[in-house]
Unconditional design. Sequence first.
Length: 573
Amino acid sequence: MTRRSRRRAPRRPLRTAAALRPLLVLLVAGCSLPLPAGVHTPSKVAGQDQTAELQVLPQGPTPGQGANAAVVGFIAAQASPLGHYAIARQYLTGRAATDWSPDRTIRVFDPEKENVGKPDRPNPIQSNVQVTMTTIATVDSSGHYEPTTGKANDAYGLTKTAAGWRISSLPEGLGLQLSQTDLVRTFAVRNVYYLAPQQHAGDPRHLVPDRVFLPNGPDLEVALVQRLLTAPSLALAGSVSEQPSPSLSAVSVTSSGGVVTVTLTREAEVYDGAELRDLFAQLVWTLRQVPTFTGLRLRTASKVLRLDGAPEVEPASAFASYDPSGLAADASYYYLSAGRLRSSATPAATFAATGLEAIAVSPRGDRVAALRRRGGRDEVLLGTTHGAAVTTAAREVGLTSPTWGSGEVGLWMIEGGSRLVRVDPGGGGLQSVAVPVRPGGPLVSLAVSRDGVRAALVVRDDVYVGRIAWNGGAASLLDLHLVATTGQVQQVVWSTPTEIVVLLGSSTGARVVQRLAIDGSVPVPQLGPGLLSPTAITAAGGTVLVTSGSPSHIYVLGRATALQKGTQPVFPG
């Protein structure tokens, strides 16, 4: 949150700081936005936004510049982290130089709405400058990006020195102030992997990515390991297992020939078996974001840690079973044709029920859930993709949007457009899922992430993402936050553990598809449907399937040739 100053805004006209900003000299350029990993490459890190380094050299203080220009220059210079923001510090003197810490919360602001007032000079050597900013997001000390809106009114105190005007007092608690462009230039989105909680004994262990911003720099291995060995960000706090021990830390992190050696404190020596395997998996998956990473050696000061029968260096390709997406390497898609379950798999699915209206398949592709209308009620049918047996788990009115998530949290649905329910895996029928704080309006679409820890929910025309928390076997969906879109959301699905895909409608009836980072930090353009008018979507990795036409056919988005005739396509999850 930004702090609002109690000082009165200046009455004189405000000047836009963008017009006064010193010239930024481009040093290194080049950027690309690769698509997420496909569904057939689970060993890759899916949904990772890679940002190439782009360095700028802001102009430092100039002789004779005014108080107003000093404030504008200080804000602009924060775009350069070189020397721990050495250029920005040149604008500070006295108490301000001591008080300012760029390691505090980052304020992300709209530079087009940044206004700097005329200096107010109570005497020849003292001045005050008022700055008004529109905040669009904050990034806290854990790296968590939180979209927000509001105005920040900051008062800067300045002193005239022999070298010119310098800032001598700052707004209380001020950290970095960056535009969205400067944020993604000097920080990069990284995924740090924590363990999903086990709902039942014997559930397979898998990971959950925590999407955080970390500073760009040469020691990425060190930054990733240090971040992993701290608590998860607020986006996941309480919904994932903490690091193995709060007292565990890294003594050193070194890299040679692609092999990263992590030396841990002595607490790690008590880990063995499943605990040690989990720790290896977290580190390997997190370090895969280092382009040169080929393997991990884990040790303490006195011994090398290794799994029974495993080599000293675990390869970067190890621990594929911990994949957060939970998808098999040969994941197929499923769809409805004449009310029956069909699939692209060989052999074809053999789910025996007919008259189906909606389907969901568990991430591992073994369990099927289907909805069928009978006698004015919706039946929840459960079975397997290659078995004839079908059981009826529940009969209620107005069930829609079935979703498995990880497959271990039960089948989730919307009931009556007003509440969330889940099918108890133990056979206890439907259980209500609490959503303590949510916007008003009908519930339209629901999708639980394949790691089972988040859920995306469409309320009226907007999409929200929250975390799933458990208490004594009861589930709640907490901390819903709005993910901004460019239209009215009609359906939401997960493509990767940190990205959703939405089907948008408009007042003109046009339908388009849009990819969205779950924290709203990376604006993603709409995916133009071309001649298609999508009526339903599903996604996995970089692949998006849509239905279009009458009769309905299934297409890969971006291709004009239909895969086959059918409706309601779903990837497992």
